[in-house]
Design a protein around this ligand. Sequence first.
Ligand code: SF4
Length: 228
Amino acid sequence: MIDMKSQIPDPGSPIPGMADDARAVIERAFADAKNPCITSSFQAECVVLTHLLQEARPDIPVLFLDTVHHFAETYAYKDEQARSQKLNLITLRAAEPQPGLWERESTDACCARHKVGPLFAALESYDTWFTALRREQSASRANLQEVEPFRLPSGQMIRRISPLAAWTTKDVWAYAKAHGLSLLPLYEQGYTSIGCEPCTSIPFDPNNPRSGRWQGQKLECGIHIQAK
Ligand code: SF4
């Protein structure tokens, strides 16, 4: 039995230098960026990275994938953040959403329709894509680099920038606390990685924060896997 409250890290104080290292990555990326954006699922690391980016670019486009399957709490929190942080929020949605496709067909088909397709189509308009990915999150992200080329299905190359690649969960929570950022209330219920409601549960493995995603059946939805 997992003690839900124990899943929230004691934030402590921010590690000196972590935020400055991230700012340096951001500054270098902005220097070469004509058209940058960030994608946000409004999880803690997304909120922290958006806060860091807004120091330099308050109007950076914040792309939110509305999969039509999010928790009601996520939609409410997203709206509250958009207002309080004055986000330049851009909502992406499938042209023809199909609620429940994950159950009728497969999670791969559902993610392809509601996540991968709309995001990759939108990214055609940008040259620099900021993400809040972290190496610690998953084995599939262990080799993540701060700056990587990323090939879209059309063949267009963009840059994917992950300034928080080296951050731990504790670093994220410490930054949020130090800057007075409120976080998605679902963390209080024991969730540690929060996506669509049908595919998110309390983690089965307390040492693996993403073990509650897709019932442990897969690690990624596809938006961070680039075209060959
Ligand atoms: S995470 Fe689940 S509900 Fe969301 S798009 Fe993928 S399969 Fe569908």
